[in-house]
Every structure is written in structure tokens, then in C-alpha cells.
Design a protein around this ligand. Sequence first.
Ligand code: SF4
Length: 489
Amino acid sequence: MEKPGLLPLLDARLPLTEEGVAEAARLAGVSLAQAWGVVRYYPRYGEVREGRYLVDDPVARARGIGSLLEGTVGTHPPLGLEALAPAYVRVEGEERWVEVGGRAEPFATFRLPFALGHGRKLLPPEPTDTLEAYRAQGGLRALEAARKGDLTPEALLKAVEEAGLLGRGGAAFPTHLKLRAVARGEAPRYLVANGDESEPGNFKDRFLLEHHPFLVLEGALLAGFAVGASRVYLYIREEFQAAIRGLKEAIGALEEAGLLLVPTEVFQSGGLYICGEETALLESMEGRRAEPRLKPPFPVEKGLWGRPTAVQNVETLAAIPRILEGLEAWRREEPKLFSISGDVAAPGLYELPLGTPLGEALRRAGGEPEGLKAVLLGGAAGVFTRDFAFPLRYRERLPLGAGAVVAFGEGVDLWAVLEGLAHFFQEESCGKCFPCPLGTTVQLALVQRRVRDARLVEDLASTLKGSLCGLGQSAYWAYRSLLEVEGAA
Ligand code: SF4
């Protein structure tokens, strides 16, 4: 990093004292006022009350949050634990624990159960969390070819282009266009892997990072190699402590094997939903509040420290080694990860070809579409639907987002689920632009009163559409879609 970022300096001084903040500010070269502005912004620098917190995700809401809250001191934002819901976080002094089904495990070692993953390419059937295991399953060949000069950046970019890979974080932007734009920019250039997965209902990146760190790392290094990056950053959600440790070990192992083609480091995310927005992510890396930037300029032109930067989702990067292994096979299958949870017999992570009908995806997870009231597709920034014939692919009528599918049975109170989403948006709005905090606050009040007036929702939508970033712009989608599902629109 060109300058020491403020967040890592603060992290190294937890629990924070006045002296610690002053020292971090001095080392980062920022004013004390800026440092305190950052400390007050990110919840992880604030005081956390000890006790048990319910992980407030759509599945917990569907189960009835009232009774689940008994014996807790509050709620915790979603953590990618929907397949295990209801889940709790216990805070004891400096320690945090995940509690699922009566069993508790520290954040430092907790990983999603491997058995939740079902796939072949992006989710190998065996764990690949050691260099030997990853190599034994065919990994590292592309990285080795790049090191030997048998794979050029142009050949790599061409393969990604021919694969038609679209960004898997939700925006579905063609990956090769982003990489090429950065590769054309002036050095130094950067590659950032966005592992700040915070969308309710999604746990694909968490799973990849926890069980297949070498796959993600190989993809990030190959992308970094393709754009001529001087550094690769793995921006990982701070709560994914086991993943962070695993990635650091994987970086060390690749360095020892002479395969770390680009200097690489892990950056712990700011710990807010908005940190997943690519420009907010860059702001947090530069030591400021995670508030989205006005675009243009786009990060491919002016990204980290003002340099050309490719910010790519973890699953997108994991796809790159698989594409290079066999372009034709990739194009035939076009695998995509879907996080399926809620009222299905086998919630988990499913690797399915793009275009799989929603009903079939649900059946793969042991769900019966006929017995469902609705599905939340795409997470909080998604929609309720009963269109089980809908083909799960990008640029269709319904937003796929990052691939979250939450199923709700006939007995579920969908308004309770919607209230959870409205609460989530209102809490996570960063406050930088006017329409979003206003619109999300009004939305929460309307949803709490169960207002079914489609005209009012359209008014709300016209306000939120004027928001600066995707958080505000998509905040009403679930509300409007629930009225459609109920036939009230
Ligand atoms: S839309 Fe919301 S989250 Fe995005 S910049 Fe505006 S206030 Fe912040």
C-alpha cells in the first residue's frame, strides 16, 4: 500500500485508547479529527455489550424473531449463516463465538460445514485448503504456466472474454472489460478481491474463502498478473476470521513455492454492508469512512490511491483458473454458485449451470416449489417471487444478485421477513446522500404498518431511485415485489 492505511493501524491497537488512536492517526498521516471520524463510523471500533445476539437474517425472521430474541441482548447483522439459522453470536470480553444448534465455536476457528457445499468445479468435492490438496486436484497449473511464460496476460484475458464471464457479485459486468481497462491504465495498478460478502442470504464467498482459499488466491493472482498489478489485496469481511487466517497461510505457502506472482496481502474489511460497494470499499482501504464515490471516474481509471484498480468478486476470481483449465467445458456448463436456504430439506451451497429454472434449483436442495409461499431471490437487494420457471441467469426479468435463494413455506409471515430487510437497509444506509436515509426510514415505517398501497410504494421508489449507489437504488425492490406476489400491485 502506498501509505499505511488507517484501518489496519487501528486494528493493531484494539481495544482502542485515546493514545492508540492518536498514534494510528500520526502513522497514517491523517488528522486526529479524521481518525476519530473513522473510529466513530465503524461499529467494530465501538464498545460492544457482552451477551448473546441473534443473527438477524431472512431465515431467522421467517422462523419468528420474537421468540428467537429471548435471552439475547440484541441482533447481529447477517453473517452468511442462513443455512444454519437460527444462529447466534456470543460476545465475551474480546472473544466472539458463533452459536448454532446449541454448539459454540470461536470466530477464530468457525467455518461453514464443508458438507453444505455441492459442486465440482467451483466447489471441488474435497477440501482444497492446503497447497498439496489443491495441487492434487489439478490446481495451480495456470499459475505455473504464467510463471514459466507459457501463459501470457493477453491469452488469459482472451480466455476470460471467450468464456463470457460476468461478475458474480451481482452487477454482472463483463469481467474481461474491467480487467482490460485496468491493464490499459498507467502503473501502478491494483487488483482487489472483494470478499466483503454481507448480502442477507448469501454465503458463497464465505464458503469459498474458508474451504478453497487456494482457488480464490490463484484466481486473484492470475487476474493481478493479467492487469499487471503491482499488488493484490484480498479485502475480507472482518468477521470471517478463519478465512483470513487460511488466506494468510495460503499466501505464505504460495510464496514458498515461488508462485506468488504478485505481492499479495489481506485487508480486513470495515465491517459494514456498504463496504461491499466497490468505491466504498476503496474509501475504507484508504482509511476513510466507507462512503461510495461519485462515478465516473470508475475505479478502473481512478481506484485505490487514485490508481487503476480492478475490484472483483471472490467467485468471479475463483472462476478464472477453472476457465483456463478448459474453456469449452466452462462454456457448456457456465457454473454459478447459489446459496439456498430457508424451507428446503437440504439448505446449502449449490453449483448449478446458469439458466437452471428456479424450481429445479429448489428441488436440488430438497425443496418443493409447490409447497412454498414465495422465494426471496437475490438477497435484500432482491425480489420475492413465485415464478419457479424463472431461469437463473443474469440480465433477465428478475435480479439474480449474487445468487441468494431463500425459500419460504406456506406458514411464513412474509411481512416479517420484509420488515427485517427494511430494517437492514435503514441501518446500513451510510447517510452520504439524501434520498437513501430518508427513503429507507420511510420504507421501514410503511412496512411496519403493513401498508399495501402500491402508489405509495411507487412514490417511495421514485425517491430511492435518486440515491447515489445501489444500496438505496435497490432498497424498495423487495417491498414492491411482495405486493406483486400478493396480487396487490
Ligand atoms: S445510497 Fe445510501 S448507502 Fe449509497 S451513498 Fe447514498 S446514503 Fe450511502
